[in-house]
Design a protein around this ligand. Structure first.
Ligand SMILES: Cc1cc2nc3c(=O)[nH]c(=O)nc-3n(C[C@H](O)[C@H](O)[C@H](O)COP(=O)(O)OP(=O)(O)OC[C@H]3O[C@@H](n4cnc5c(N)ncnc54)[C@H](O)[C@@H]3O)c2cc1C
Length: 403
């Protein structure tokens, strides 16, 4: 039997939950079904590698809404249910186990899943490919003062978790193939300074190395690396990037590439089906290119935007998302094309700590990172939008505010 809904949202993450708000801004009564693989109510992921570890937030605080929100907004929740098949011609979606639902408009907000390591022991029970609340609960349950952790990956997830575990007095070893942590985003000089800070805090860093196998010795994990290191630890966390969830979109024959391809209205190649958040490959007009973005503000805003468009708004997505991270005392907000391969100009108030890094192409600002400088995202967005050639002299002091 098929139940029909005006709107079906697949994915109970930030983009999915925001879509509910977007739909309800324009349609107070249309029926909504949310199909979500995780059994938790939608929650925020950033605190899983930050605030929850520092006592700055309690677990209850991560949920985007309580259950009554979904009741009062007329949302039927199918939690713990994975959608497995999509039929755009029949406008139906089928959940593993067999239930089939009809939709008027459909949103695929299925996010990303962690990239797995294809090495011996890569799928060993207890190795944590960190992404969700269950991974946090698992790791937190094992993390105690004096325990040891190996963190594979020098990107933001690995770096944030290594800092969190170090602050919780665990003995932490990081292993990653590059020379410097977070080096896809941080320019060389800044990545070097951040890495030095990690070392000073007591994090052992094995750069230009990678795991070749995981094993077990009693309760402990044994990690062997390409350069011949053997490290035993109570915990192994892997954060080596994510891949977009495309299987469902592909089951319905939708166009996919580095994400589910959408137009400026966030419609997929089947116009009644939308995609938003970490899984969407969308046109980013200010940067003049299509891209996929894995950040909180993007999922929040694009999810809501998709919801509004599903309910008839028909507005092109023009938001310029920002992102943020905290690496010990070094925190930042950034927007635009923050790619360390671009030319950079750093305008420091305190070197490699407080100031603004500009990312330029042909003299024009493409991205801005505000390091321990807050509430300046709008100024950075405007500068990127202007697309005018700027000299270092013109940039100095522009955003960090002594002009
Ligand atoms: C630990 C961590 C820390 C982060 N910190 C930051 C930060 O500091 N700053 C920042 O800007 N960003 C951060 N991010 C990124 C940010 O959280 C993501 O960009 C955001 O969560 C993406 O939201 P989403 O809804 O698109 O996808 P997700 O949050 O991945 O949600 C997608 C949901 O869909 C479900 N799903 C997938 N397939 C199906 C299916 N077939 N059927 C049903 N359900 C399905 C998944 O189970 C998942 O619950 C962090 C991410 C993580 C993991």
């Amino acid at each position: 039997m098929t139940s029909d809904y005006d709107y079906v949202i697949v994915g109970g993450g930030l983009a999915g939950a925001s879509a509910v708000e977007g739909i309800r801004e324009r349609d107070a009564t249309g029926s909504i079904l949310m199909i979500a693989e995780e059994s938790h109510l939608p929650y925020d992921r950033p605190p899983l590698s930050k605030k929850l570890w520092f006592g700055k937030m309690q677990l209850e605080g991560i949920f985007l809404h309580d259950r009554s929100f979904y009741e009062t907004h007329g949302v039927t929740l199918a939690l713990g249910a994975a959608a497995s098949r999509l039929d755009p011609a029949a406008k139906t979606i089928t959940v593993a186990g067999g239930a089939t639902y009809g939709y008027g408009k459909l949103l695929l907000a299925t996010g990303c899943k962690p990239r797995k390591l294809d090495i011996p022991g890569g799928d060993l029970d207890g190795i944590c490919y960190f992404r969700g609340l269950d991974d946090y609960l698992h790791t937190k349950g094992k993390a105690a003062e004096g325990k040891s952790a190996v963190v594979i990956g020098g990107g933001f997830i690995g770096s944030e978790l290594a800092a969190a575990l170090n602050i919780n007095k665990l003995d932490v070893t990081m292993i990653f193939p590059g020379e410097l942590l977070c080096d896809r985003v941080l320019p060389d000089y800044l990545a070097r300074a951040v890495q030095q800070r990690y070392r000073e805090k007591g994090v052992r860093i094995l750069a230009t190395d990678q795991p070749v196998s995981f094993g077990k010795d009693g309760d402990e994990f044994v990690t062997r690396t390409g350069k011949g290191e053997t490290i035993t630890s109570d915990i192994v966390i892997v954060g080596v990037g994510v891949v977009p969830e495309l299987a469902l979109a592909q089951s319905g024959g939708l166009e996919t590439g580095n994400g589910i391809v959408v137009n400026e209205y966030l419609q997929t190649s089947s116009p009644d089906i939308y995609a938003a958040g970490d899984n969407a490959f969308f046109p980013y007009p200010v940067l003049g290119q299509a891209m996929r973005i894995e950040h909180w503000d993007h999922a929040l805003t694009q999810g809501k935007w998709a919801g509004r468009n599903m309910a008839g708004a028909y507005e092109p997505y023009t938001h310029q998302p920002y992102f943020f991270s905290d690496l010990f005392e070094f925190g930042y907000e950034a927007t635009g094309e923050v790619d360390s391969r671009l030319e950079t100009f750093a305008d420091w108030q305190k070197e490699n700590d407080t100031g603004v890094v500009y990312y330029l192409r042909d003299g024009k600002v493409r991205g801005v990172m505000m390091c321990n400088v807050w509430n300046k995202v709008e100024a950075a967005r405007e500068l990127i939008r202007k697309r005018v050639t700027m000299t270092h002299g013109q940039l100095r002091g522009l955003i960090r505010g002594y002009r």
